[in-house]
Ligand binder design. Structure first.
Ligand SMILES: [Zn+2]
Length: 285
């Protein structure tokens, strides 16, 4: 069933587990994520992000995401991750996404507040949930995970939520997007301080590459939503490489493609199942 973030994150926060967001910008990833969630009887967040649109056109992928969520036997949020522009974020809402993230975290603080507030006003009038970001979760490619100048402060988090009315808040406490070069170090003390000061569900981006203990500690200290994308790409590539190594390039057949595709879906599904276990959301649907 299609739900929004408020339908799943409040319960997660109360019962101390996290709901995973798995970006699924093609129908292979979509099939893998939904079947994993149904098998695990777990709520799940699927979707795409503005930077991923070149790899899965929004008008093309949206109907599949929404149909899959409506058909699923578990609660599924269809979330537009890292909306960077008003136009594309509104387009996602018009296409039926049940949730959006609006990310103006690289802009000056006041602009981040005023733009996010505007999105919240429109989204809430349509029953759509909104995630915002304060502090900035950067990229591993530029080493942003170690830059504590980007970390969210308690004061900013409280003020930002009050001023915008976001339903969930992405915080920067030591993670970044992409493949980590060195083991990231989470600032759990900062996370606990934000959690104590603020009742809004908190989100951790850049989850791919964290250790099992990092996930457990982050959930224990107040994270209710965890974002995974890179790990799905790595899992899919691993399966395709292994499958391709078995093929005979001298005698190509149709099943080379079909079986490689199925192996990819199976490996991505296994990756999602593993994360659902780790996040504690198995059996919560
Ligand atoms: Zn992110």
């Amino acid at each position: 069933m299609l739900v929004n973030l408020n339908d799943v994150l409040r319960q997660a926060q109360k019962e101390h587990y996290a709901v995973g967001l798995f970006n699924t910008h093609d129908t292979d990833m979509l099939e893998a994520a939904i079947s994993a969630a149904e098998e695990a009887r777990s709520p799940i967040v699927i979707g795409t992000a503005e930077v991923l649109l070149p790899f899965g056109d929004l008008p093309l992928i949206s109907p599949s995401l929404i149909a899959a969520a409506k058909r699923a036997s578990v609660p599924v949020v269809v979330h537009y991750d890292h909306g960077l522009t008003f136009d594309r974020t509104l387009e996602a809402m018009k296409m039926g996404f049940s949730s959006v993230m609006f990310d103006a975290s690289v802009k000056p603080y006041e602009e981040n507040i005023s733009e996010t507030r505007e999105i919240v006003k429109i989204a809430h009038s349509l029953g759509i949930s909104v995630e915002g970001e304060i502090g900035h979760v950067g990229q591993t490619s530029t080493g942003d995970e170690g830059n504590d100048a980007m970390y969210t402060t308690v004061e900013e988090a409280v003020e930002f939520q009050k001023a915008t009315g976001v339903d969930a808040l992405a915080v920067s406490v030591g993670t970044a997007h992409g493949v980590y070069k060195a083991k990231p170090k989470l600032n759990l003390e900062r996370l606990r301080d934000i959690r104590t000061a603020l009742d809004t569900p908190l989100v951790l981006h850049g989850g791919s590459g964290l250790s099992d203990d990092d996930f457990r500690n982050a959930i224990r200290d107040g994270i209710a939503k965890l974002n995974i994308h890179t790990d799905l790409c790595l899992a899919g590539m691993r399966a395709m490489r292994a499958q391709c190594a078995k093929l005979d390039p001298e005698h190509p057949v149709t099943s080379d493609y079909l079986e490689t595709r199925n192996a990819k879906v199976a490996e991505i599904k296994a990756c999602v199942l593993n994360k659902l276990q780790l996040f504690g959301s198995v059996g919560k649907a």
